[in-house]
Design a protein around this ligand. Structure first.
Ligand SMILES: Cc1cc2nc3c(=O)[nH]c(=O)nc-3n(C[C@H](O)[C@H](O)[C@H](O)COP(=O)(O)OP(=O)(O)OC[C@H]3O[C@@H](n4cnc5c(N)ncnc54)[C@H](O)[C@@H]3O)c2cc1C
Length: 306
């Protein structure tokens, strides 16, 4: 892992740095590149605009690792409201949640109940719930909750990280469930014994896992490729075509503000595309992860500063 990436990811967990930077106007301006606004309304308006371009939206309120039940309940209630808005405005949108935002660190049973409540409400509204994948210490609990949720519902999916050495085995264990899986490279600071440190290894693993997922489309798997890596996307499309998997059998998801032109081009060329739109005030750790993905982004922040 590069030094810059490692430093930025360590900084993402510092409350002191967060407190120093979050109030700075230049920093807040720089963050706007990756989110339409801090409020839900901005995200809903952006989702409607994407809908006009035949691009779906995945809405997520920033935040993680809440420390009280009241906070976790407020997050659940917030998302119930979001689902209501998606239904009322007839948006081509779904939600994505972090389990630690729903209180995973506090009480597993209550977290699962909140997750199932969201999934049930989403089902009534004709929408879908994604479970993000967080640091490696949460993978077992996250996959366990996904299995339990999936047992009673078909409108739930989970993210899996190609950088983790364990993911091929985890994927094989999930495939019999006809899962909906968002494959991502992985955004956290993980030790080399758990995650491949070299980008080349992560990219190779991503392509290998993507192939495995595509092979299982005829058995009911629904793969989503969460990446901006255009070379990888082209290789995945070629692999899907070679396997006879139609472009309707899989999707590409990208983050708001990254590769926007290519998002539109892919959708116009017939791919199923969605954009993950983040909003909320708790953006510090999340923003540092975006900088770490491409340390050249730090120059963008500095340009704003001067
Ligand atoms: C829809 C979606 C959901 C995600 N969910 C999760 C999750 O649940 N858990 C998790 O650990 N990670 C998640 N991620 C983040 C993911 O793990 C990667 O960190 C991130 O997508 C960057 O990897 P990449 O696949 O785009 O490939 P890279 O090889 O990192 O990037 C490919 C190209 O994309 C562009 N690019 C990538 N990132 C940036 C950036 N920040 N700023 C500017 N340009 C950039 C650059 O041009 C770069 O060359 C998600 C990503 C997406 C798109």
């Amino acid at each position: 892992m590069g030094v810059a990436r490692s430093l930025l990811l360590s900084a993402s967990r510092s409350n002191w740095i967060a407190a120093q930077l979050r109030q700075r106007a230049f920093f807040r301006r720089a963050v706007r590149r990756f989110m339409p606004g801090e409020d839900l309304e901005s995200a809903l308006v952006a989702a409607a605009d994407f809908g006009k371009m035949n691009i779906g939206s995945v809405l997520t309120e920033l935040g993680e690792q809440v420390t009280s039940r009241a906070e976790a309940d407020a997050v659940r209630d917030h998302y119930l409201g979001v689902i209501g808005q998606i239904r009322q405005r007839k948006l081509p949108a779904v939600i994505s949640v972090k389990l630690t935002h729903l209180g995973l660190d506090l009480d597993h049973a209550a977290c699962l109940t909140s997750l199932q409540t969201l999934i049930a409400r989403a089902k009534e509204a004709g929408t879908f719930v994604w479970i993000d994948m967080e640091e490696s210490r949460y993978v077992d609990a996250t996959l366990d909750m996904y299995r339990r949720a999936r047992a009673g519902a078909d409108n739930v999916g989970v993210a899996m990280q190609a950088y983790l050495r364990r993911t091929p085995a985890d994927l094989d264990a999930l495939l019999p469930l006809k899962p909906t899986i968002r494959l991502v490279k992985g955004a956290y600071n993980e030790p080399a014994r758990l995650a491949y440190p070299s980008k080349a290894d992560v990219d190779a693993m991503y392509f290998q896992l993507a192939g495995r997922m595509l092979e299982h489309v005829p058995q009911g798997a629904h793969p989503i490729f969460g990446t901006h890596d255009l070379r990888l996307i082209a290789r995945i499309q070629a692999r899907a075509a070679a396997l006879g998997v139609s472009p309707k059998g899989y999707e590409f998801h990208m983050l708001y503000g990254i590769r926007a032109a290519e998002q539109r081009e892919l959708a116009m060329a017939g791919a199923t595309v969605s954009v993950l739109i983040s909003y909320g005030s708790a953006w510090f750790a999340w923003y540092m992860r975006r900088l770490a993905e491409r340390p050249a982004n730090v120059w963008f922040v500095l340009r704003n500063l001067f």
